[in-house]
Design a protein around this ligand. Sequence first.
Ligand SMILES: O=C([O-])CC(=O)C(=O)O
Ligand SMILES: [Mg+2]
Length: 276
Amino acid sequence: MRIQPSRDDIIELTSGWTGDRFPDGRPQVPDAVLDLLREATTEQAWGVLLKHGYARQFAGSWRETHPGTVIVGRAVTSRFLPHRPDFDEAVVAAGARESHLEADRQNSWIISTLQPGDVMVTDIFGKVYEGTVVGDNLGTAVASRTGVGAVIDGGIRDYQGLMELEGGVNIFFRDVDPTPIRDVTLDGINVPIRIGPATVLPGDIVLGTPSGIIFIPPQLAQLVAETSADVRVRDIFGKQRLSEQRYTSADIDVPNWADHIEQDFQQWKENLAGER
Ligand SMILES: O=C([O-])CC(=O)C(=O)O
Ligand SMILES: [Mg+2]
């Protein structure tokens, strides 16, 4: 058994992605796409995913260390299970074969794999009391290694210290408890995990906004980025025409505009480009 699947297993798990990969096999969506996605809203991403059959990629109701800071990054997934002695023993032995030598610091095993642009996404089955995956020391390591942050479906501690982390990072979590992490065993790194209603795979693009978190399959990331840019321009036009009372909200708030409105939009866009 392995803590982290082999490169071949991760490639098989994420075979929808045909682009570049990290040495461990995770999909490597280009930085340029991540930069574009920073402008996308949750609903814009949600709409594209729904249209392509991905209806369960959103998880909401989070607390944040940096409310209002939008994060975009590549998921490093991990999952904890309730501790049982025989399973923990097997995990500690497997971890040692993969150079994770500190048996009682399994949360640090995850952190040691993180690199710039990653988001640590951890399923600890909502555990908060003795389910605190990071405090301000581990949180500082996550922040400095990724420059992005984490999504923890469970607890954190040292909240006051974590709030002071700098560099545009944000940690999404369920709640705070002063107790340290106890009585759990790490089931895997870069395995499929469940966060709320969503199944998350390694290399998914995490878009964390004040609305919540959407996990974008890597093969749809560029399309989400491009579509959201188009929707953004349409939103500006629509709101301008609404405030001018040229059209009604029933005209504008529809999936596809009537021909004369679409023509007006295309003309408006051309004029805008001409002014530049
Ligand atoms: O060691 C722990 O349980 C986590 C912690 O407090 C920290 O990261 O500062
Ligand atoms: Mg601490």
